[in-house]
Design a protein around this ligand. Structure first.
Ligand code: PNS
Length: 169
């Protein structure tokens, strides 16, 4: 039997995105090819003191994907499964970089399944050159004067520079 056509489901790609990295971009592009629609869901309270506000994080992701009609960007607060229900999403996509990601992701996927059994978590791997990237390392390297060119979209690099300039005043 031939494979069924892609189901055209809506996928959520949730995260803190503080800030968006090229690893995230890689996964979002893969989602945009696989699913009819992707919502990049930016968590409002990423941690107690995110570098970028949720509005800034949403604006950066929107800017990068402005030419992709099937990629939407929203912020969300509260339980991810509740947000997925409101959006009628059937798939959560998470990126897996290394074995070290596995335990945390496994716990979250199973907890989300416990809370909402119809919601599937799908793991995707970014291109090899991004397997060592994380938002936390980007912030650290940038704040210590290292180059992040090629690791984040140019709009994010600009935003990091602006944030740094404001912080230095
Ligand atoms: O980019 P991150 O910080 O790894 O993303 C984590 C995120 C946003 C996916 C996770 O913290 C989350 O879903 N938060 C919403 C609150 C929630 O539903 N918590 C229970 C998860 S099992």
């Amino acid at each position: 039997m031939p494979h069924a056509a892609p189901s055209g489901r809506l996928a959520l790609f949730p995260g803190s995105f503080d800030p968006l990295t090229n690893g995230h971009v890689d996964i979002i592009l893969r989602c945009a090819h696989l699913f009819e629609r992707v919502i990049v869901a930016v968590l409002v309270n990423a941690d107690k003191q995110p570098l970028f506000t949720s509005d800034e994080r949403v604006a950066m992701v929107r800017d990068v994907f402005r030419e992709y009609p099937n990629v939407d960007v929203e912020s969300f607060d509260g339980l991810l499964v509740e947000y997925a229900r409101r959006r009628r999403a059937s798939v959560i996509v998470r990126g897996l970089r290394a074995v070290s990601d596995f335990e945390y992701e496994f716990q979250m996927a199973l907890m989300n399944r416990h809370l909402e059994p119809t919601l599937e978590t799908v793991f995707m791997m970014p291109a090899e050159q991004y397997t060592y990237l994380s938002s936390r390392l980007i912030k650290e390297v940038f704040q210590l004067g290292g180059s992040v060119t090629g690791l984040v979209p140019p709009a994010v690099e600009r935003a990091l520079r602006e944030k740094h300039a404001v912080g230095a005043k």
